[in-house]
Design a protein around this ligand. Structure first.
Ligand SMILES: NC(=O)c1ccc[n+]([C@@H]2O[C@H](COP(=O)([O-])OP(=O)(O)OC[C@H]3O[C@@H](n4cnc5c(N)ncnc54)[C@H](OP(=O)(O)O)[C@@H]3O)[C@@H](O)[C@H]2O)c1
Length: 498
């Protein structure tokens, strides 16, 4: 892989279109490009908004003014805002629509004439998203982004951010290989061994039409469409709507690209920034973080996990750095390349590190309730199979809940509110456990040979400061120290705000 021309250099005078910039990864990516190559020509950010001023407002409040941009702000000092105005244009749009929903035709023409690189990082990451929304964002979104890219006369690369978990529940060593159109995760003997994406889109449209013609309520439509997504995902071998639609998105891109250079980035679980620009920075409570927060508040007593399997995490700055490096590596190269941004092969960390780190951290720095009482944490009770979890939940919560139901009947619904509230909580916890089961018991590891080649290319380009600034090697990371010194403090500071 030849990166001798320099990664930053390859971005000079380039126009880059990015979707998903108001999201967690998107922000890290935009910030880093602007720092690595201030002479980038223009970055177009497609942001959902009614008009251009709405898009600009969202860019200012949700991207530019975030603490993540503090280093860039310091570099440019008083000129920071002018620099951002000059380099970044927020464009009102929606990836679920043709032309990415861009209504300003003059702007669209300018973009089509100038954009060199398209990066689609927008997605819905909700595991149980409504099927219409998930298909719209994760399948039609890539399709319309690719359609846009194909119109661009100077396009050099299309990059798409997917997820490593498009592999579903596969076990063993999982390679960085592409999906063929229509592929499923079922074996050839199944009666659902071919996936017709157009038929899925039609099924979704017909179901929506049927629900509307029956004047179903909004909440009924939501629940029916969520169920439909999960049902279709499972039918074809994927554990949830999110990863199923992300896999379809990859298939659509592979099918449409012709000879367009295509890079698909498949990260595993993206965690807080490791080093640059702001250790611990993150946004939103996702995957392992909901467990950390619940544990810190004393509400998580048991954890459904096999502590010996790999918790495949990768810090957000490493994902973003690899994305930037791969732009330099693949521009104008008419191939399709998949990158697993993962740690399970390079430097595996298992779930016991998470549990031990949480115990050590919150034992040393306990959180407080609103009235100032210290929240004491205990060693967490581990349940390593779903059957054990169900038994635990039944004995500890379900049976007492059934008892409360009987008492409530005897006392003429006196405890109805309490009973309803606890039943809802119980149902929620069970749903959550079932949803996360494929991840906490995931037995696959993600081969990252392509990433290794990219790493070697970056390190061989003789520009040591660039290789350091864009590093994405987790090989020597001490995961326990990262959890204790970076990730958990970052979660408390930037998400829990305390
Ligand atoms: N986070 C992880 O652990 C993880 C792991 C593996 C892969 N990934 C992948 O990485 C990418 C980024 O994830 P993330 O965690 O940064 O997601 P995120 O924080 O949820 O952000 C999603 C972004 O997509 C945008 N978006 C959604 N629908 C859109 C639409 N119709 N039109 C335009 N923009 C739309 C959102 O815009 P709004 O602000 O308007 O909603 C937001 O900017 C995704 O492709 C995801 O699948 C994430």
């Amino acid at each position: 892989m030849d990166l001798s021309g320099g990664v930053a250099e390859s971005l000079k005078n380039k126009c880059i279109l990015i979707t998903g910039s108001t999201g967690f990864l998107g922000k890290i990516f935009v910030e880093k490009i602007l720092r690595v190559q201030p002479d980038v020509k223009r970055i177009y950010l497609v942001i959902r908004a009614p008009d251009s001023s709405g898009a600009a407002r969202r860019f200012h409040t949700e991207v530019r003014d975030k603490e993540l941009f503090c280093v860039l702000r310091k570099i440019h000092g008083k000129g920071f805002e002018a620099f951002m105005e000059d380099k970044v244009l927020a464009v009102a749009g929606n990836i679920m629509e043709n032309n990415l929903g861009i209504k300003d035709m003059n702007l669209l023409d300018t973009m089509v004439a100038n954009v060199n690189i398209v990066v689609n990082a927008a997605a819905t990451t909700n595991f149980i998203e409504r099927y219409d929304v998930a298909l719209g964002t994760n399948v039609l979104g890539p399709k319309y982004s690719m359609k846009f890219a194909k119109k661009c006369s100077n396009l050099e690369l299309f990059m798409h951010v997917s997820t490593a978990y498009v592999a579903g529940s596969k076990e063993g060593m999982l390679l960085e290989t592409k999906f063929e159109m229509g592929e499923t995760l079922n074996d050839g003997n199944s009666n659902a061994s071919y996936l017709d994406i157009d038929a899925e889109l039609n099924l979704m449209k017909d179901t929506m039409q049927y629900l509307h013609s029956n004047s179903e309520s909004k909440s009924e439509i939501k629940s029916m469409m969520q169920s439909l997504g999960m049902e279709r995902a499972k039918r074809y071998g994927w554990p949830n709507t999110y990863v199923f639609t992300k896999a379809m998105g990859e298939m659509v891109l592979g099918d449409m690209r012709g000879d367009m250079p295509l890079v698909i980035i498949r990260p595993t679980i993206i965690t807080s920034v490791y080093k640059d620009p702001l250790p611990g920075w993150m946004e939103g409570i996702r995957t392992i973080d909901s467990a950390i927060v619940s544990y810190s508040m004393g509400t998580l007593e048991c954890f459904l996990v096999d502590v010996d399997i790999a918790m495949d995490i990768i810090p957000g700055d490493m994902v973003s750095n690899a994305m930037i490096t791969s732009i330099a590596a693949h521009s104008n190269n008419p191939s399709q390349t998949i990158y697993h941004l993962s740690s399970s092969v390079r430097n595996p960390v298992n779930y016991s590190v998470l549990l031990d780190s949480c115990f050590r951290f919150f034992n040393a720095y306990p959180r407080h309730t609103k009235d100032g009482t210290i929240i004491k944490v205990k060693k967490i009770y581990k349940l390593d199979t779903m059957a054990k979890f169900r038994t635990y939940m039944r004995l500890k919560y379900k049976i007492p809940l059934e008892g409360l139901g009987i008492v409530n009947m005897i006392f003429c619904q006196f405890f109805a509110d309490k009973y309803k509230e606890l039943s809802k909580k119980y149902k929620y916890v069970m749903q959550l456990a079932e949803l996360y089961e494929p991840f906490t018991f995931f037995k696959g590891v993600f081969d990252d040979m392509n990433v290794e080649k990219l790493r070697l290319g970056l390190n061989a380009n003789n520009n040591i400061s660039e290789a350091e600034m864009l590093g994405f090697d987790c090989k020597h990371m001490d995961w326990s120290r990262y959890m204790l010194d970076v990730h958990i403090p970052g979660l408390l500071k930037y998400v829990c705000k305390n």
